[in-house]
Design a protein around this ligand. Structure first.
Ligand SMILES: *Cc1c(COP(=O)(O)O)cnc(C)c1O
Length: 511
């Protein structure tokens, strides 16, 4: 451990004789509520924080998230070298700005935006899809307001139509920017937005319909083509011009490579904007998303700010001003490093690994698969028989092997369906898939030998409206359970967690 002489002078005792672990820093607890009065050595600060962070989960085993957990060391180096660059200083860092523009151009063409050779696309890099969605939503709201004003109609009751399976950022958009969210409810066995029902909900105050390319719940692609057809028809009949936004947070970097024939993007007439998370299948670490508009007309000019604080005129349309430049640079790195072929093979690998994982999970004979072959490479699965144990217990026990696999319930009106979801990312190899299934089998064996859950979970309560709870199969097991105070405590903690997960259903597992 390097020695510190600075701290010796400041604190007046001979700290340079001790390693960090022999120093007083590991003996006192660090202040958590107010800033400490004195400094500590950089070695101690580093050690203490890095040790505490060891208790976080291991990102590579975090199968809950779509977000990138691995990049090449060369790209890590580029990111580290640009940590001190502020993206917004466009005049000072013109090359970074240029890289952003190149990324926007490339993504727009990947999404088949109608652009001539050499023509610049309309879009911007954001912190993630959430910010991208706020910006796209604001553009729709402003366009709709302008239209209402020009027609002398009231413009105080905008609404947006989505499936109930939308990611929480759409609810945020609706609440923060005062737009009513009209959601098409899910139903048993159908876990995405039904395009017919969505178009039925559209009225003259609908600022847009949002379709999801890759539902966070089961990875399924919504039928944007069908939605477009129905909306075109309705627009023709009513004279409205209701547009579509595609939330392609995860699917935007999958569909162009895996399903180039699938029409979901700017090839469709009503699709006016698309968002994608650079930090999901764009293969960049967290902190980057993109929003692309079909044409200049789709982005109202009054939302663009022109500032010149830092030099020349800079047009900006973002919610935040400053942010790190590293993620934009990293996105450009991935584009030129991998190219179309590189992305295609990575996405094909992910799809293949997801297939293998699905088949192995099916082979246990204990699960139904809720994800689809065409969609985000993930496996969503639910227990066939939940009378003894449920998905939450499986998730809890998998954690003991280091795996982070979320258990959650579907969106309304399919909340009675609970499931587990494993997202297959670039760094999830076949070996890991095989190991995971082995561990799932071990957990099943372990749970089979355990007494069933004692407290009825809220989602089973919902299910029991249609279906009486099954009587317990094994009275010996019940007896055993009754004797086990420990189990009761454990189960009530678990039941509380389940309740919390149900009550806050948008905030777990779906990121
Ligand atoms: C992840 C996700 C979001 C939110 O994106 P962030 O990049 O995490 O802000 C929105 N919609 C869908 C469908 C997603 O999968």
């Amino acid at each position: 451990m390097p020695l510190s002489t600075a701290s010796e002078k400041i604190h007046g005792f001979s700290e340079n004789l001790h390693s960090t672990f022999a120093s007083r820093y590991v003996q006192t607890s660090l202040p958590r509520f107010s800033m400490p009065a004195n400094e500590i050595s950089k070695e101690a600060a580093y050690q203490i924080i890095s040790d505490e962070l060891m208790l976080d989960g291991n990102p590579r085993l975090n199968l809950a998230s779509f977000v990138t957990t691995w990049m090449e060391p060369e790209c890590d180096k580029l990111i580290c070298e640009s940590l001190n660059k502020n993206y917004i200083d466009m005049d000072e860092y013109p090359v970074t700005t240029e890289l952003q523009d190149r990324c926007v151009n490339m993504i727009a063409r990947l999404f088949n935006a109608p652009l001539r050779d050499g023509e610049s696309a309309f879009g911007v890099g954001t912190v993630g899809s959430s910010e991208a969605i706020m910006l796209a939503g604001l553009a729709f709201k402003r366009k709709w307001q302008n239209k209402c004003k020009s027609e002398g109609r009231p413009f105080d009751k905008p609404n947006i139509v989505t499936g109930a399976n939308v990611q929480v950022c759409w609810e945020k958009f609706a609440r923060y920017f005062e737009v009513e969210l009209k959601d098409v409810k899910l139903r048993d066995g159908y876990y995405i937005m039904d395009p017919e029902k969505a178009v039925d909900l559209v009225d003259e105050n609908t600022i847009c319909v949002c379709a999801i390319l890759g539902s966070t719940y089961n990875g399924e692609f919504e039928d944007v083509q069908k939605l477009n057809e129905l909306l075109e028809e309705k627009n023709k009949k009513t004279g409205w011009d209701t547009p579509i936004h595609v939330d392609a947070a995860s699917g935007g970097f999958l569909a162009p490579f895996l399903y180039p024939e699938l029409e979901w993007d700017f090839r469709l007439s009503c699709v006016r904007s698309i968002n994608v998370s650079g930090h999901k299948y764009g293969l960049v670490y967290p902190g980057i998303g993109w929003v692309i508009w079909k044409s200049k007309q789709d982005l109202p000019e009054e939302l663009i700010f022109h500032v010149n604080y830092l030099g020349s005129d800079q047009p900006t349309f973002t919610l935040n001003f400053s942010k790190g430049a590293g993620q934009i640079i990293a996105q450009y790195y991935q584009f030129i490093r991998l190219g179309f072929e590189g992305y295609k093979s990575i996405m094909e690998n992910c799809r293949e690994n997801a297939r293998i994982l699905r088949d192995e999970i099916l082979k246990t004979g204990r699960f139904d698969i809720l994800s689809k072959d065409m969609g985000v490479p993930l496996v969503a699965f639910s227990l066939k028989d939940k009378s003894q144990h449920d998905e939450y217990e499986i998730a809890d026990h998998l954690r003991r092997y280091g795996w982070i696999v979320p258990a959650y319930t579907m969106a309304p009106d399919a909340q009675h369906v609970s499931l587990l979801r494993v997202v297959v990312r670039e760094d999830f190899s076949r070996t890991l898939a095989e190991r995971l299934v082995r561990d799932v089998r071990k957990v099943l064996l372990y749970l089979d030998a355990r007494p069933p859950k004692s407290i009825e979970h809220p989602h089973t309560a919902v299910a029991s409206v249609n279906e009486q709870p099954k009587p317990s199969r094994n009275s010996d097991r019940d007896h055993l359970r009754a004797l086990s105070v420990f189990d009761k405590t454990l189960n009530s903690v678990r039941a509380f967690k389940v309740w919390k997960k149900n009550a806050l259903h948008k905030t777990n597992g779906v990121c």
